[in-house]
Design a protein around this ligand. Sequence first.
Ligand code: OXD
Ligand code: MN
Length: 584
Amino acid sequence: MLNLKNEALSKWIEEVAALTCPDKIVLIDGSEEQVEALRAEACSTGELEKLDQDKLPGCYLHRTAVNDVARVEHRTFICTPTKEEAGPINNWMEPSEAYKMLNGLFAGSMKGRTMYVIPYSMSVVGSPFAKIGIELTDSIYVVLNMHIMTRVGQKVLDVLGESADFIKGLHARKDIDEENRYIMHFPQDNTIMSVNSGYGGNVLLGKKCFALRIASYLGRNEGWMAEHMLILGIENPEGEVKYIAAAFPSACGKTNLAMLIPPEIYRNKGYKVWCVGDDIAWIRIRDGKLWAVNPENGFFGVAPGTNAKSNPNALAATMKNTIFTNVVKTEDNTVWWEGLGPAPETGIDWKGNPWNKDMGIKGAHPNSRFTAPAENCPCISKEFNNPDGVPLSAIVFGGRRAKTAPLVYEAFDWQHGVFVGSAMASETTAAASGAVGVVRRDPMAMLPFCGYNMANYFQHWLDIGKKLENPPKIFNVNWFRTDKDGHFAWPGFGDNMRVLMWILDRAEGKADAVESAIGYLPKAEDINLDGLDMTVEDVKNLLDVDNALWAEDAASLEEFYAKFEGKIPAELTEELENLKKRIS
Ligand code: OXD
Ligand code: MN
């Protein structure tokens, strides 16, 4: 048994060990020697493969089981005493029933294996934003990923001291059995249990499970917010940096936006963009303003589509000390994925099979990933490790809409902004399975990540606004409007900065706007088109608001709200009624 000073922690580890029966228990102290020994052990068993150390120093490849390649929302549960607390969106299981089932699944699951104890901090160790988690896992892959994604080791235990205030996370790989895969959250018990998976989103318990689901619950009780948002800073030629937090559903280019390369016209003037975070923001009120940190320490990014043009910063971040999961291994012992560049003639595909570029099958899994240290990113913000966070000038919501949403609009005020966030939606793309163009509602991009009843989450957003003397302005963007031929009408990528510049001008009261039925729109000529082959007329088309489409959208939102059986805050139903009146 480990000799730990913290009684609550020791007791819990003992209980888990009695249940799971590991051969050995190892404390992860965060030292390079220990991590290096674990890498070597993982290589000896095939769990990891060492890549070419000249081209990719410190980089490794991992393949998951073929039935275990993504988050499993249908097997993710919020276990609150009542179903009502979890709300109509989350899967729910009564806690005692859930514990009984899980105890059965975990019993003896670590026989013959080692249980690693990972003390980790979400956000800078000791920051006022920081929260401590302990993950117990029988997977070296989890240890090594957590070591990149969070701050790990003895320093965390030192800060924890004798306190019992930590999030308990228990993970066992078991048999990777899909039918018995469960990702379970017990918000009232600060507990997460994950079994029968080895895929990052299900097993790196600091990320979606803690930093969003459990943290959103803690945030509501403690008066702060845990959001599925990137954070970026835009530095002007005078050296002033303004920060924006932005929420997007999957497949909307969130990591690309977080690491945006400014168009030449801005670069030449001395503008810079800095990445604080690409996925999660923890947000607190200070001096009547909102301040945000990225609680993570690395990027768990989608590999396919990442290339020197779409996201050179992300690509650069993966050049050392990175773990690649489910990508192609090339003959020269490096990695490749669809969209990286010319395909290699041959390689080993994500399933571990011989592969060649003419086989007509994907070499990398569409959800293949890189786990890269944030410090590798060339545009990482100087404030990345600032324990006090960065002040937010604007909050941006977005989605993928072919026609309905204009390129950008500003909410009338905070309450209307919360309504705009609650109405977020994205249309499915051809890349995903199922029908194309189906609208999936995804409020604040938190649909799979809110650890309690979303109606109460909306109320929490409204309540936060009431406490702010200086609330950031709230905007909605849509990079995915199509023209009459079905082509994207906006260039996207780095050129999205042109829209962010209007957003910052509005936040600072420097730009005009036109009032419309849905919010404030830019004057078309206020979107800077220098260096683009576009006209003001094109921008007018991108800003066009079609009332008939908005009436359809309002009806779909009304249906979504109805799922909450009268629990949606009155302010939001009132906003919906007002919208309906304005567009009729
Ligand atoms: C992610 C997601 O992996 O949002 O970040 O699905
Ligand atoms: Mn995400």
